[in-house]
Design a protein around this ligand. Structure first.
Ligand SMILES: N[C@@H](CCC(=O)N[C@@H](CS)C(=O)NCC(=O)O)C(=O)O
Length: 223
């Protein structure tokens, strides 16, 4: 755990406290977690046990109608969908927000594309790790996942980051959903530019991989 973790709840009555609901096996939860870790921001983590079906309980459904994680609560707002949360966090905190207006839109364009395409990487990992499917299903999704990773690999030719010359929510959002690719049998070494980019991300202060980053229980996090 890269931050000081405390047990006493710090979100009660403080609208400025960022509260993130997530699960340690979830790439969608990793995305905002990684943002908060790299930005060195304090927040409260509330774990949602997906295995036990807590995401379908009334209390969670009142926050996320889709019965999913993550959820961000801040200043009386409830924000769901990992890419919308990244967008919100970058606007609310100013971190990982490109300086140039065109770049800010391009970063959001990557996030929208990520939800179309890199989501196939998450599907391949999910079907490999959590749910056995007919081989024909895997045969459909694996090439789509490979094409998405290949597209990112091509986009990184001659550049360090997806947008502009600094890491942005585009990098956090795209890498965050690819992070478990090896669990789907997608070896990162096949895509050398993606691998080099992942090393650049890993070199950023505060970076950690999901199983080292996302707590398994409710935690108060202070940088
Ligand atoms: N498009 C959503 C996807 C969220 C999602 O698929 N979350 C998964 C975990 S990665 C989930 O909560 N699944 C609920 C379940 O397995 O029942 C986002 O980006 O936030």
């Amino acid at each position: 755990m890269p931050w000081e973790a405390k047990n006493m709840r710090q979100d009660i009555g403080d609208p400025e406290r960022l509260v993130l609901h997530g699960s340690f096996t979830s790439s969608s939860s990793y995305k905002p977690m990684l943002f908060l870790a790299l930005a060195r921001l304090p927040f409260s983590f509330r774990t949602v046990n997906l295995k036990k079906g807590v995401q379908r309980e009334a209390a969670h459904l009142s926050l996320n109608r889709y019965a999913q994680v993550p959820v961000l609560e801040h200043r009386g707002l409830v924000i769901v969908q990992s890419n919308v949360i990244l967008d919100y966090l970058s606007r609310a905190t100013g971190h990982f927000q490109p300086a140039d207006e065109q770049d800010r839109w391009t970063a959001r364009e990557w996030l929208s594309w990520e939800a179309d395409a890199i989501t196939n990487v998450a599907k391949v990992r999910h079907y490999s790790r959590f749910r056995e499917v007919d081989p024909a299903v895997m045969a459909y999704f694996r090439p789509l996942a490979e094409a998405a990773i290949g597209f990112v690999d091509g986009a990184l030719e001659g550049r360090d980051w997806l947008v502009g010359d600094a890491p942005s929510i585009a990098d956090i959002g795209c890498w965050g959903r690819m992070v478990f690719m090896a669990e789907g049998g997608l070896e990162i070494a096949r895509w050398p530019r993606v691998e080099a980019w992942s090393h650049r991300l890993a070199a950023l202060p505060g970076f950690a991989l999901p199983y080292d980053l996302i707590p398994k229980k409710d935690t108060e996090i202070a940088p």
